[in-house]
Design a protein around this ligand. Structure first.
Ligand code: SF4
Ligand code: SF4
Length: 193
């Protein structure tokens, strides 16, 4: 299947599903759509940019420093300059606060995006339990399909390593004793190289 067809399929699977059956934006005043940082945005999955061939006037698409795959292709980011037209919002917005994740065993899964934790009530441990199971299953199924494409798989694999790094940094600030020990171990290894 062509990337375009894969995205169409993924979109149709997620079409009517959102993190909650009600409007989750009421929990947080739509925190994920409001940012003072003009350069903040959402990653575009590879090939997704073709769906914005006629770019809406609320959208900027730019290259990022994050690269993926053997060719080290720069990932693209979508930055909305005002509230988007909902039916055109990027895939990353549709699945937020979830992200696809590929472990070192190569298995495609989904998890809470650690980058969502500071702003999204549903990304907190007590909030995640409230998330609509149909939504979670659909995101999971959509990425099983999307990652059949080698480039998308490679992007998600490398993105997962960024997520690993972010979780590792976040664990340094977590209160339990075990996390603090883990951080010290990381620090020691870094110094001995
Ligand atoms: S920050 Fe989380 S709870 Fe708030 S609108 Fe976005 S996805 Fe929904
Ligand atoms: S593109 Fe739309 S859904 Fe995504 S952050 Fe911007 S306003 Fe929110």
């Amino acid at each position: 299947m062509l990337k375009y067809e894969l995205f169409e399929k993924a979109y149709s699977m997620l079409d009517i599903l959102t993190p909650l059956k009600s409007d989750c934006g009421e929990l947080c005043n739509h925190a994920c759509c409001v940012s003072d940082d003009e350069d903040a945005g959402m990653y575009l999955f590879p090939g997704k940019e073709v769906m914005y061939a006629e770019k809406p006037n609320w959208l900027r698409i730019e290259e990022t420093a994050f690269t993926y795959g053997k060719e080290e292709k720069p990932a693209l980011i979508a930055i909305c300059t005002e509230l988007c037209v909902r039916k055109l919002r990027p895939l990353a917005c549709r699945i937020f606060p979830l992200t696809p994740y590929i472990g070192h065993n190569g298995v495609v899964n989904i998890k809470i995006d650690p980058r969502a934790v500071p702003m999204c009530p549903l990304a907190k441990p007590y909030g995640a339990k409230r998330m609509d199971k149909d939504f979670m299953l659909a995101v999971n199924d959509a990425f099983k399909i999307l990652t059949q494409d080698k480039e998308i798989y490679s992007f998600v694999f490398d993105l997962s390593r960024l997520i690993d790094e972010q979780e590792s940094i976040m664990s340094c600030f977590a209160p339990p004793q075990r996390s603090q020990k883990r951080c010290r171990a990381i620090h020691r290894r870094t110094r001995s190289v």
